[in-house]
Design a protein around this ligand. Structure first.
Ligand SMILES: NC(=O)c1ccc[n+]([C@@H]2O[C@H](COP(=O)([O-])OP(=O)(O)OC[C@H]3O[C@@H](n4cnc5c(N)ncnc54)[C@H](O)[C@@H]3O)[C@@H](O)[C@H]2O)c1
Length: 483
């Protein structure tokens, strides 16, 4: 089959589709990229004149959008038109865990992927390369291929054909632009070698050839799930050791440094924290668990499921420690929460540990003041499913149910007055520079500072009268916790 690539369509303008196509458009000015999405609000945000209003926050994203948007990069909801003109269609839609039916709670819901495949089958012309960019269960390409091949002709009665490839995305939110510009590898799985080389041509504009790997389609799909499972497993492993540190007198920072020097282990992903979040790790591991169960590999399924279980346990123990340190009750106590995004440098809150921790604290009666430099109040409300108090809230006219606490949002850091405790949940740079000696004077004594990210200036805090707890530090008597 002879075909050249000129027009590219990406279905799904989310955390993957948006930045990935922006990078491709930036690196390949001679190709046209149409990024389409059914969510019109999101499309409008991608087209916002004011680049601080883009729907996704990623360092470096604004700059590459500014250089390509409306030149060779277009965001719209014109899905049919974009498919009609495309030589390559990337499917980059969401694949969340199924909430009902067969495989509920574990397998991925493929309804959005299927809907895309049907649209592509209907509106494509000639020969089209269809690329799975979404993370998909192993053997999904087979499903896509079947849907694509069932009509044989498009809406116009013209003959059509397809090559389906898997090209999973390995970017990490928070460092997406750097990851896209300097990927460790680009993985292309498929059977049609010509199509695979065509796709590789796009990447070759900036990725060294030896970093482009070709595999069969199933290996490519499984490699993506496995990669996320290994990364999540490392976080669960270090967090479990963190809990051991707290009771034994060891310090997780020292343990991490020591084991990270072993070249077989390496130093990355050894920072303990409140638990992994983001839309992918949990979902992708559960997918692997489902796959193993489906093929009767019970022990394998159990092994990977524990990685998720220990993460949930880790999230719940942080709220418990806060309550315990504050004399067993946090009812009506003001607790400042620093950070709601699941990690720094992103506005994404999907599966953020902050959701569970904040909900647990509110349930215990706390009055939370939540700050995050990039997450909006409405996003936090959607995640907590609890309405916030307004900022001019008058405590005396309180008509709340007295059994549970409350929360309010602040976009400034002028929030420590009369706080009983501060809990750091996201490692934003601006939290590293907080002058704790001055803040300590504003808080109600005895006051606590809980650092779940090890970013607080420990030496500075030690000079104040703040009680200090940080994750994985059993080196001081006041830190020790028994379970
Ligand atoms: N977020 C990450 O860090 C990351 C990294 C690597 C891979 N992935 C994978 O990439 C995929 C997308 O993830 P995301 O974070 O970008 O999701 P997202 O929810 O941010 O974006 C998906 C977009 O697809 C759109 N969409 C859904 N159905 C559609 C349809 N039929 N037509 C047009 N648009 C449609 C939605 O409106 C949404 O804007 C998932 O499979 C995910 O597992 C995500």
């Amino acid at each position: 089959m002879n075909y050249s690539i000129k027009n590219i369509c990406c279905i799904g303008a989310g955390y993957v589709g948006g930045p990935t196509m922006a990078m491709m458009a930036y690196k390949c000015p001679n190709l046209i990229f149409n990024v389409v999405d059914i969510n019109k609000e999101r499309v409008a945000a991608w087209n916002a004149k004011d680049l601080s209003k883009l729907p996704i926050f990623e360092p470096g994203l604004k700059e590459i959008i500014a250089s390509s948007r409306n030149k060779n990069l277009f965001f719209s909801s014109e899905i049919k038109e974009a498919i009609k003109s495309a030589d390559v269609v990337f499917i980059s839609v969401n694949t969340p865990t199924k909430t009902k039916g067969v495989g509920a709670g574990k397998s991925s819901d493929l309804k959005w992927v299927e809907a895309c495949a049907r649209e592509v089958a209907k509106y494509s012309k000639g020969h089209t390369i269809v690329v799975e960019k979404s993370t998909l269960p192993v053997r999904t390409a087979e499903v896509i291929q079947k849907i694509l091949n069932s009509p044989k002709t498009n809406f116009n009665g013209e003959k059509i054909s397809f090559s389906v490839l898997s090209n999973p995305e390995f970017l990490a939110e928070g460092t997406a632009i750097n990851d896209l510009e300097n990927p460790d590898r680009v993985l292309i799985g498929g059977e049609d070698q010509k199509a695979m080389f065509k796709l590789a041509e796009i990447y070759k504009a900036w990725v060294p050839e030896d970093k482009i790997l070709f595999t069969n389609i199933w290996s490519s799909e499984l490699a993506k799930l496995t990669s996320n499972a290994f990364l999540a497993q490392r976080i669960s492993s270090i967090n479990s050791i963190s809990a051991i540190c707290e009771v034994t007198g060891a310090d997780i920072r020292e343990v991490s440094r020591a084991i990270g020097k072993d070249s077989r282990i390496g130093s990355k992903f050894l920072d303990s924290g409140p638990g992994f979040g983001g839309s992918c790790f949990k979902k992708d591991i559960l997918n692997l668990v489902y796959l193993a169960e489906y093929f009767g590999l019970k022990e394998v399924a159990k092994f990977w499921e524990e990685v998720v279980n220990i993460n949930t346990w880790n999230q719940s123990r942080i709220a418990k420690i806060v309550v315990k340190k504050l004399f067993g009750t946090i009812s009506d106590k003001k607790i400042v929460i620093l950070g709601f995004a699941f990690k720094a440098n992103t506005n994404d809150t999907r599966e953020s540990a902050a959701i569970k921790i904040c909900r647990d604290l509110i349930e215990e009666g706390a009055e939370l003041v939540i700050h995050d430099p990039k997450v909006s109040q409405i996003q936090i409300e959607n995640d907590l499913k609890i309405k916030p108090l307004s900022n001019d809230y008058d405590k005396n006219s309180d008509s709340r149910d007295n059994n549970i606490g409350s929360w309010r949002f602040s976009n400034s850091l002028d929030i420590f007055e009369n706080a009983n405790a501060v809990l750091v949940l996201t490692e934003w740079q601006e939290y590293k520079d907080i002058p704790w000696d001055l803040i300590a004077k504003q808080m109600i004594k005895p006051a606590w500072l809980f650092d779940s990210r090890s970013i607080v200036d420990y030496k500075l805090v030690k000079k104040t009268d703040l009680n200090f707890w940080r994750l994985g530090d059993g080196s001081q008597e006041e830190q020790k916790e028994k379970y």
